[in-house]
Write a new protein. Structure first.
Length: 69
């Protein structure tokens, strides 16, 4: 495994660990925020799911620019 592949694998693993931990925290967070406002709880859930895809989209763009494509 060369350096570029290793860095990509480490970055992907860290991102998945962060978001995996977030999935465990999400149910109590949703209940706590839902007691205050259901709309706010929904917005937090949508932002969390969107952030997962946005992080990988931005990483892909960064990799394409770095490779000259």
């Amino acid at each position: 495994m060369d350096r570029a592949n290793r860095n990509s694998a480490v970055a992907a693993a860290l991102i998945l660990i962060f978001f995996g931990g977030g999935w465990f925290v999400m149910p109590p967070l949703m209940r706590a925020v839902g007691n205050y406002s259901a709309v706010m709880a929904f917005a937090i859930a949508v932002l969390f799911v969107a952030a997962f895809f946005i992080v990988f989209w931005l990483r892909g763009r960064s990799q394409r620019q770095r490779n000259g494509r």
